[in-house]
Each structure stands twice: as C-alpha cells, then as structure tokens.
Ligand binder design. Structure first.
Ligand SMILES: CC(C)(COP(=O)(O)OP(=O)(O)OC[C@H]1O[C@@H](n2cnc3c(N)ncnc32)[C@H](O)[C@@H]1OP(=O)(O)O)[C@@H](O)C(=O)NCCC(=O)NCCS
Length: 150
C-alpha cells in the first residue's frame, strides 16, 4: 500500500493502546437538535451544562477509574450562542488533582455543518471527587503520575 506524504501510519496507532492517547481526554460530539434549544433557537444553557458535566464525569472517571461525583462548578462561561443545527464538540481533560479531587477543564466548540471551522462556545471547570466503596472521598492518582501523554 502506498502511503501519502505526511500521512500518519495508521497501523502504528492501535485504538486500544493507551500510550497513543491521553487517558483522561474525552471528546463527545452532539448535533444541536430542536428539542434541546430555547425559544431563541439556541442551545438551552442547562443542556450545555449537562453535556459539559457528562464530559467532565467521563474524563475524571478515566483518570482515577473510581466512582466519581461532581462537587463544584467553577468559572463557567457561555461565550457565544449555540444555534440549532450546529455541531458541538466537548473536549474535557483533567488539569489538576488534589488528594481526592480532580479539576476538569471542559471546552465546548461550535462547528457549522458546512464548514470545518470551529469556535469556542462555552468553557468551564468542574471539580469531581472520587468515592471509595464506603461512599467517602478516596485518593486519586496525581496528575504527574498519570501517563497523560502530554
Ligand atoms: C462528594 C462528597 C462525598 C464530598 O464530601 P465532603 O465532605 O465535601 O468531602 P471533603 O470536604 O473531604 O472534600 C473532598 C474534596 O473536595 C474538595 N472540595 C470540597 N468543596 C470544594 C469546593 N467548593 N470547591 C472545590 N473543591 C472542593 C476538597 O478540597 C477535597 O479535595 P482534596 O481531597 O483533593 O483536597 C459530598 O460533598 C457529596 O456527596 N456531595 C454531593 C455530590 C453530588 O451529588 N453531585 C451531583 C451528582 S454527581
């Protein structure tokens, strides 16, 4: 098989090999359908928050592989309206860890269906806490110790 110049050798990247991706990084794409919008025809803020919280939950779970719950929302910004009929991509990654908590940054990117250009719609930070079998906060791996690939 002839490889295109500059192309990635697809056989060198195995989708199940954790060394090829940042373990906590989470990307989720949605279409903004009418059922999720407000009367202005833009994504309802609570819906955007739910998308972001889900992405943060998955990123934190991937970091610690424990049961996690959202403890705190911080620095939430809704920068642009998100029109019905666009695509939104959530990108979440653990950016800091404490003893039992993980801070996850979540960006929501807006993409028109007829253009690959994307712009930042919302951004926020979420603090999630890992829980042990007793339902109490339990230790999480430090970020430096995680092979986050960065
Ligand atoms: C998560 C829960 C068990 C933690 O109990 P708690 O008594 O607050 O525990 P702690 O005070 O030991 O705090 C746990 C961690 O959260 C951090 N934390 C607590 N309040 C915080 C706040 N307002 N902002 C940021 N971090 C906070 C603490 O610093 C600690 O982190 P560290 O161990 O890395 O230092 C409890 O608060 C809870 O069940 N909350 C409800 C969660 C929930 O239902 N979420 C929504 C659905 S997922």
């Amino acid at each position: 098989m002839t490889e295109l110049p500059g192309s990635v050798n697809a056989t060198a990247i195995h989708p199940l090999d954790p060394s090829h991706f940042a373990p906590s990084e989470t990307r989720i794409t949605h279409v903004v359908f009418p059922g999720t919008t407000n009367h202005h025809g833009t994504l309802f803020g609570g819906e955007a928050l739910a998308y972001m919280d889900s992405a943060a939950f998955i990123a934190a779970t991937r970091h610690c592989r424990r049961k996690v719950v959202t403890r705190h929302l911080g620095a939430m910004e809704f920068r642009r309206p998100i029109p019905q009929g666009t695509l939104v991509e959530l990108i979440a990654r653990v950016v800091a860890t404490g003893r039992t908590s993980m801070t996850v940054r979540v960006d929501l990117l807006i993409e028109q269906m007829d253009s690959p250009a994307r712009e930042l719609g919302c951004t926020g930070t979420f603090v999630l806490v890992a829980l042990g079998d007793d339902g109490q906060p339990t230790d999480v791996p430090p970020l430096e110790g995680a092979t986050d690939g960065r």
